[in-house]
Ligand binder design. Structure first.
Ligand code: HEC
Length: 192
């Protein structure tokens, strides 16, 4: 993310330099971002403003660990929806889990480890096209036994990625309590 943003910003700077040259101000004279000839009180150039804005925005984006807590939240609730055979709710929580995992990967697609660079996107996609897809099918067919089996299998996939990311201490397990209390898991709940 960062490198792309900076590449765009520096591209903008090059463009600005050319505009400056066209109106007769040399690039060296016009003094771009970081020029020592420019005094600190000088107004910010558009590129400097853009860079500051990008930095501010980057600080607002949640990090991968924060997004993973959403994965954990929805995945936990999915267990209880499955257990109560509340199929529409199970479908909802599975779909949220899948979206959260995609978001987590977009946030940080690669991780450097001692074993080399890990491609999180392909690990997540493998999980999505196998266990998650089959789990959606089991939920659609209201097959609780298969759903539970696939839930357990998928957790091997969660753990495989944690291990590959050098976080073998993040060991998923069957949850003991839902992450949410205000939602009724009962399959026959029709109103608050
Ligand atoms: C593609 C790789 C990948 C997959 C698949 C994956 N995770 Fe993660 N998960 C991570 C990484 C990387 C971290 C640590 C992020 C960090 O520390 O910056 C993490 C962290 C977590 C955390 C800890 C968050 C915190 O800060 O407390 C939870 C909970 C979690 N994952 C749950 C799951 C569950 C449940 C699944 C499966 C449904 C899953 N993860 C699948 C890569 C993955």
């Amino acid at each position: 993310m960062r490198s792309i943003h900076w590449a765009v910003a520096s591209g903008g700077f090059v463009l600005l330099g050319i505009v400056g040259a066209n109106i007769g101000i040399g690039l060296a004279e016009s003094g771009g971002a970081g020029s020592s000839s420019q005094n600190a009180a000088a107004p910010k150039t558009p590129v400097e403003e853009l860079q500051a804005e990008i930095k501010k925005l980057q600080e607002l984006v949640p990090d991968q660990a924060a997004i993973m807590t959403h994965v954990g939240y929805h995945w936990t609730n999915l267990w209880f929806a499955l257990d109560k055979q509340n199929w529409p709710l199970a479908d909802f929580y599975l779909s949220e889990t899948r979206n959260n995992l995609k978001w987590a990967v977009r946030n940080r697609p690669f991780r450097k480890t001692a074993a080399g660079v890990i491609d999180l996107g392909s690990i997540a996609q493998a999980l999505d096209t196998t266990q998650f897809t089959q789990l959606k099918d089991a939920i659609g067919k209201k097959d609780k036994d298969r759903g539970i089996k696939l839930y357990e299998e998928a957790m091997q996939g969660c753990f495989a990625c944690h291990k590959a990311s050098e976080k073998p201490y993040l060991v998923p397990r069957r949850p003991e309590a839902p992450e949410v209390n205000v939602i009724n898991f009962a399959a026959d709940a029709k109103a608050p």
